[in-house]
Write a new protein. Structure first.
Length: 171
C-alpha cells in the first residue's frame, strides 16, 4: 500500500484535540478583538472625562471608563467570544462577570494609582506631557495588559463555564 492515507485507514484519522484547539484559537481571537474595541472605548471615555469634568481625578476617570467598557465587553463576550458555550442562568453569570470585572478594573487601575500617588508623577513635580505619558503607559498599556490576562483566565474559569465541551480525562 502507498504511504498516503485513504478513507478506510487509520492513518488519516483526525486529531481529536483539533476541534478544541480551533475553538480556543477562535475564542482568543474574538477576545482580543473585543478587548481592542473596548480598549479604544476606554481611551475615548477616559480622555473625554479627564480633559473635561474629571481633570483633577485621573484615577476616577479611568475607573469610570473601564466600567463603561466592561458593560460593552460583557455583551460582546457573551455573544461572540463565548457564544458556543452552554450558558447557565444569565443573572448568575452576569453577577460573576461583574465580580471578576470589578477585580480586573482594580488591577487595570492600580498602575495609574501607583504612578500618580506613590511615584508622584504629577504635574507640580513633572511637566504635563511627562504626566500624561506616564498615565498612558501605566493605565492603557500596563494596566490593560494585566487586566486582560486576568479577564481571560477569570472568564474561562468562573463565568463562561464550558460544560458542553468538557471531557473527563482517563488517567
Amino acid at each position: 500500500m502507498s504511504g498516503r492515507a485513504n478513507a478506510f485507514s487509520d492513518e488519516g484519522a483526525r486529531d481529536p484535540s483539533r476541534p478544541k484547539l480551533h475553538r480556543e484559537r477562535k475564542r482568543a481571537l474574538y477576545f482580543l478583538g473585543i478587548g481592542g474595541f473596548c480598549f479604544l472605548l476606554t481611551l475615548t471615555v477616559n480622555y473625554g472625562l479627564k480633559f473635561t469634568i474629571l481633570g483633577a481625578r485621573p484615577t476616577s476617570a479611568f475607573l469610570i471608563a473601564n466600567a463603561a467598557a466592561t458593560v460593552v465587553s460583557y455583551y460582546l463576550s457573551r455573544r461572540f467570544t463565548f457564544g458556543d458555550v452552554v450558558h447557565g442562568l444569565k443573572r448568575i453569570q452576569f453577577i460573576k462577570f461583574v465580580g471578576m470585572s470589578t477585580i480586573a478594573i482594580g488591577i487595570t487601575a492600580a498602575p495609574v494609582y501607583v504612578s500618580r500617588w506613590i511615584f508622584g508623577i504629577t504635574e507640580p513635580h513633572v511637566s504635563f506631557v511627562v504626566q500624561e505619558i506616564a498615565d498612558f503607559i501605566a493605565g492603557p498599556i500596563i494596566g490593560t495588559l494585566l487586566g486582560m490576562i486576568f479577564r481571560w483566565w477569570a472568564m474561562k474559569k468562573f463565568v463562561f463555564l464550558d460544560t458542553l465541551h468538557k471531557r473527563t480525562e482517563i488517567l
